[in-house]
Design a protein around this ligand. Structure first.
Ligand SMILES: [Zn+2]
Length: 502
């Protein structure tokens, strides 16, 4: 076997694994591979990521080493000021491993969210084999010589689940999800082990998205007593054991052990998540009615009685009814990807009267996102650039003072993005990010003095991202030290620094 020029680095992402849960499971002996790393002197650090902006910003920040205002990605959807609409983000981010590959290092990469294949002639890169976030909507890999291994291992169980078509709100479907996640983690371990043995990468990055997928739907089993789950009739879910999510993490830990063994004792190991998970209850739909009520936004059609997702769903349903049988089969095979996207693209932004709209909400599944209609930036812009800060303050002030009828605050914080960057308004990102209090997720809570009720959607979403991730690092020897806190933006520098033989 060829002697490697570098000491190998194995980086394993357990996407959206909540640090506190991982720590508890390590202490309970349910994640022995991670426990062993720590017993052998590995460090534990907190990973800080731009999760405050949105979960879609964390992987792009990690892989490009740039802040969100540079890569301009915080979601699979992107606001286009030239068309006054959102469009599907098609990729194009330049990951740090592109240069490593160009410099001759053997690199292996599996299922990094928001990553696309570059075209390796050695090592391996596989995108969307079994991903939580879909960018291209199909698996791609290189080099082509990997097809034997990929075919031999087969498809990830996620490819059998139609995202968007299943709501995962009943016990039986949730159990299927758990099975798919456990089987998927097992198969991922098998695929990654085969790839590592076959290609001997110097830098290897394997992402497990199973915990992320499950966390959004099963967090009520981890924190069943959280007030967010009280009085909501989630009876079916109560039959699920509190160990279903730990079971998935335990299986992931087993597979991590396999990968460490396959890589060899000389390797530096990173096991990390970029953000965590906490209790949630659906997605709040408050922002658009609030912006309309305060006369920041003006609708020009009759759609204001429906939310964007309700409209997408009704269009979806009518398309299904009208479709001929062969198209229906195609729909069931592919609808969750391309068709959903095309439908959603035309229905996600309500029809506004732009001449009277100063600010409007962007589609999100987490924080509230507000975009200003700025003259010279938006093609229909009406807010003069010199009134940008003032308008942001006006909106933030109106939102911060909101309470429910029974006195609970609704908005935790309103962050102006330009205050956290170089001061200039972003090109595609939201201008204001609204962090909600739990009251925003209580079904039918009346907003005080306003004709608006909180009507969250998608109650099956019981987990939402928490800001911090974690990193366990076990170094074979030397290299840059890791601090108690590490920024997702700078994380890859640490990984690369470990490659060099001192
Ligand atoms: Zn997520």
């Amino acid at each position: 076997m060829k002697q490697l020029d570098n000491r190998p680095v194995l980086a394993i992402g357990i996407d959206a694994a909540e640090p506190s849960l991982v720590r508890t499971l390590i202490e309970q002996g349910r994640m022995p591979a991670l426990k062993r790393l720590l017993d052998e002197g590995a460090t534990w650090s907190v990973v800080e990521s731009p999760a405050w902006l949105g979960s879609g910003a964390v992987w792009p920040t990690f892989m490009t080493g740039e802040d969100p205002n540079a890569h301009e990605v915080c979601s699979e959807w992107r606001w286009q000021p030239e068309t006054m609409n959102v469009s599907r983000f098609r990729g194009g981010l330049i990951p740090f491993w592109k240069e490593m590959n160009r410099n001759g290092a053997i690199v292996g990469v599996l299922d990094v969210p928001f990553a696309q294949t570059i075209g390796f002639d050695k090592g391996f890169e596989i995108c969307e084999w079994g991903a939580h976030d879909a960018l291209d909507g199909r698996m791609t890999f290189s080099p082509a010589t990997l097809s034997g291994i990929v075919n031999e291992v087969g498809l990830h169980p996620f490819s059998q689940i139609r995202p968007g078509a299943d709501n995962f709100e009943d016990d039986a479907t949730l159990r299927k999800l758990v099975e798919a996640c456990i089987e998927g983690a097992k198969l991922r371990g098998k695929l990654a082990t085969r790839l590592i043995q076959e290609t001997r990468p110097e830098f290897c990055l394997i992402v497990f998205p199973e915990v992320h997928r499950a966390g959004h739907r099963l967090w009520h089993t981890v924190s069943p007593d959280d007030p967010l789950y009280a009085n909501d009739g989630h009876k079916e879910a109560s039959a699920l054991s509190c160990s279903v999510l730990p079971d998935i993490l335990q299986e992931t830990d087993k597979q991590i052990e396999r990968l460490i063994e396959a890589t060899g004792s000389e390797a530096t190991i990173f096991v990390f998540s970029l953000h965590g998970m906490r209790p949630a209850r659906g997605v709040t739909t408050l922002l658009d009615p609030l912006l309309c009520h305060f006369n920041f936004a003006a609708r020009s059609d009759g759609w204001d009685t429906q939310s964007w997702s309700a409209r997408a769903r009704s269009l979806f349903a009518s398309m299904k009814r009208r479709a001929p049988a062969p198209l229906k089969r195609l729909y069931y095979r592919t609808a969750s990807q391309e068709v959903t996207r095309r439908l959603a693209q035309t229905t996600m932004i309500p029809t506004y009267d732009w001449s009277r709209t100063r600010a409007f909400s962007l589609p999100t599944d987490q924080h509230g996102w507000i975009r200003l209609n700025v003259d010279g930036r938006e093609v229909e812009g009406i807010v003069p650039q010199e009134r940008y800060d003032e308008t942001c303050c006006e909106i933030a002030g109106a939102l911060r003072s909101l309470t429910t009828e029974d006195g609970k605050p609704v908005v935790r914080d309103v962050i102006q993005l330009s205050h956290r960057t170089d001061g200039s308004p972003p090109k595609h990102l939201p201008d204001l990010i609204v962090h909600w209090h739990d009251a925003a997720f209580c079904g039918s809570a009346q907003i005080k003095d306003l004709p608006i009720k909180s009507l969250p959607e998608g109650s099956g979403l019981t987990g939402q991202h928490a800001p911090d991730g974690f990193c366990i690092m076990k170094s074979a020897a030397g290299g840059q030290q890791i601090g108690e806190r590490v920024a997702a933006r700078d994380f890859h520098q640490l990984m690369i620094s470990r490659l060099r033989k001192s």
